[in-house]
Write a protein that binds this ligand. Structure first.
Ligand SMILES: [Zn+2]
Length: 169
């Protein structure tokens, strides 16, 4: 790989390993059973927040949360924060699925960030994750606090999410 590859990977908001990405999509599909939305939190070390090293699925934290849409109950966050504290990680992003190709945020999505911290990323995966997904097909949304969200799609989304066989940071 050239130095350019390593420079461009530094600009990504999130980097995931290819295998990790495949497992994520497969798990979101399995958990949603092709008929309901599912989701997960993406976690990273405090010192390298673009490097996703752990994924926690919503329904593992809150078994009743997949109701068609997602109703994640506040109490389940304490489990998430415990994992972060024990493993010295921070939640950098969440991901959830939508039916069809629409990866814009719903009004509910935009008004209810899973983690209301400036810089938090919310990814939306199309087709309930029932087919393979490239970064180009994602909705990539970043929380800006009072200013709401900034969103990227297509090539712009792909420029911000790195799926690599090896991390080069
Ligand atoms: Zn949504």
């Amino acid at each position: 790989m050239t130095i350019w590859a390593s420079r461009s990977s530094r600009r990504k908001l999130l980097n995931l390993k290819r295998k990790q990405w495949r497992v994520l999509i497969k798990e979101l599909s399995r958990r949603g059973e092709g008929r309901r939305e599912s989701g997960a939190f993406l976690m990273a070390p405090r010192s390298k927040k673009s490097l996703v090293t752990r994924i926690e699925y919503y329904d593992d934290l809150d078994p009743r949360c997949l109701t068609g849409n997602i109703h994640f109950h506040g109490l389940a966050f304490s489990k998430l924060w415990d994992i972060c504290e024990i493993e010295n990680l921070v939640v950098v992003a969440d991901v959830h699925t939508h039916p069809g190709a629409f990866v814009h945020q719903s009004t509910i999505d935009a008004e209810n960030p899973m983690v209301a911290r400036v810089g938090h990323i919310a990814l939306i995966v199309p087709h309930l994750a029932t087919r393979s997904v490239s970064p180009r097909q994602l909705g990539v949304h970043q929380y800006l606090g009072d200013e709401g969200w900034t969103s990227w799609f297509g090539r712009e989304a792909a420029a911000r999410i790195g799926i690599t066989t090896r991390f080069r940071l």
